[in-house]
Write a protein that binds this ligand. Structure first.
Ligand SMILES: *[C@@H]1O[C@H](CO)[C@@H](O)[C@H](O)[C@H]1NC(C)=O
Ligand SMILES: *[C@@H]1O[C@H](CO)[C@@H](O)[C@H](O)[C@H]1NC(C)=O
Ligand SMILES: *[C@@H]1O[C@H](CO)[C@@H](O)[C@H](O)[C@H]1NC(C)=O
Ligand SMILES: *[C@@H]1O[C@H](CO)[C@@H](O)[C@H](O)[C@H]1NC(C)=O
Length: 376
């Protein structure tokens, strides 16, 4: 809640003071909004349960639409925003449902951090992209729950598996297994994996090590955030005081204890360790090239309506991590270096499911929680 209000204050401040007066008039007539909203509903397949809900969502849509127009004026040359599938959600709902409770980046013991040889850092190319080597699975959609951390983790493992097998066997692995079965926690630092309520990739790697394997997506499919979602019970080890109250209602048949079948794990795939990468972004680029796509986290408050361009919202606290994603490449446009990041909000979001973010300035904390699994 607190973060939300600070964000509102910062955002209003940003609109009013930092960038001078806006030139456009953003009054929209109700009839115009009604037409826009109708088209948006058709595009996004929305169906509201009541007239009241419809009206309420239209009010939110209008506020968001105006906000998007303003942001597009402010950030004109750098990036653009659009009324995407999140346009009927308030910033607060977006934060609570899609993102995770924001937390500062965990610092790991020194021995976790990989040393990258200086030669590699000194000879970085202008561009690099694991997608061109077919090392990245298609973009996924987490739906309306906070499971980004499981996607980030599993997608790192997918790419590691591909690279470990001489660049073959690119396989969609089971995100749902991690969501349902991973109840890892570190009570000393107050970090925990909490299913649809969020988690940390580094803890999820620890879960995969302890579990001894992972099923593929066909065997144990994603269902948590879907339109008719499954209702799994909380993972074994779920900690109420770290994660919040457990899910009020759940089915055993949808849960880890019913679905997990270790005999169906992908043969030979074993996570045996995990590593962290230091915050220096040249080190991260070198690590990306030598290791493969990396799990990263960031403050994603302003990412809700991102459409395209190099994301750099200027006011973005790097200590408030609330979203986990996959770093797959980097490049430079004009004079601006950027990272290429795979998101889990579907292919229609952003640049084909991806976003680019300014590289080298620690934007939104993108460099503060970089980790990777190590496979046997
Ligand atoms: C890896 O792939 C290359 C090129 O396809 C092939 O020449 C090589 O024998 C493969 N190595 C292994 C260990 O499979
Ligand atoms: C992997 O997942 C994507 C997105 O869900 C899907 O389009 C694709 O067909 C899957 N690939 C395989 C080999 O199952
Ligand atoms: C849950 O977390 C709390 C707070 O960090 C800790 O004191 C407690 O031991 C944990 N409970 C379990 C069952 O691990
Ligand atoms: C998924 O795993 C099952 C069981 O091990 C296997 O039969 C199937 O071929 C695998 N599918 C893919 C797409 O890897």
């Amino acid at each position: 809640m607190k973060g939300y209000f600070i964000q509102i204050i910062c955002f209003s401040f940003l609109l009013c003071s930092c960038f001078g007066t806006l030139t456009q008039n953003y009054e929209l007539s109700d009839s115009y909004v009604r037409v826009l909203f109708r088209k948006w509903i058709d595009r996004n397949n929305r169906d509201y349960p009541s007239i009241e809900e419809y009206q309420y969502r239209m009010t939110i849509f209008k506020e968001n639409y105006i906000k998007i127009l303003k942001m597009n004026e402010i950030f004109e040359e750098d990036m653009s925003f659009e009324a995407n599938k999140f346009a009927d959600m308030t910033e607060e709902e977006f934060q609570q449902k899609i993102l995770m409770k924001s937390q500062p980046p965990p610092v790991h013991p020194k021995s976790r951090y990989i040393r990258i040889p200086d030669e590699i850092k000194q000879q970085l190319p202008d561009e690099f992209d694991w997608r061109t080597q077919k090392a990245v699975t298609p973009v996924k959609d987490q739906g309306s729950v906070g499971t980004c951390w499981a996607f980030s983790t599993v997608q790192n493992v997918e790419s590691q598996w591909f690279l470990r097998n001489n660049n073959s066997m690119l396989t969609n692995l089971s995100v749902e297994q991690v969501v349902d079965c991973d109840g890892m926690q570190n009570p000393v630092t107050s970090q925990a994996d909490c299913g649809v309520y969020g988690g940390w990739p580094f803890l999820a790697f620890q879960y995969l090590i302890a579990q001894g394997g992972i099923a593929n997506e066909t065997v144990y499919s994603y269902c948590s955030g879907l339109k008719t979602p499954c209702e799994p019970c909380n993972a074994p080890g779920y900690n109420d005081s770290l994660c919040g109250p457990p899910i009020p209602f759940c089915y055993i048949k949808d849960s880890c204890e019913s679905k997990l079948d270790v005999t169906k794990f992908v043969p030979g795939l074993k996570v045996v360790d995990w590593k962290a990468i230091e915050e220096d972004e040249e080190t991260i680029a070198a690590a990306l090239m030598t290791i493969g796509p990396l799990s990263v986290a960031l403050n994603a408050e302003m990412l809700q309506f991102y459409h395209k361009g190099i994301f750099d919202p200027r006011l973005c606290n790097p200590k408030n991590l609330d979203h986990a994603v996959l770093l797959v490449g980097f490049g430079i446009e004009g004079k601006k270096p950027y990272w290429i990041v795979k998101n889990s909000w579907g292919v229609k979001w952003g640049e084909g499911g991806y976003f680019r973010i300014l590289r080298g300035k620690g934007v939104c904390g993108i460099n503060t929680q970089v980790t990777s699994a190590v496979l046997e």
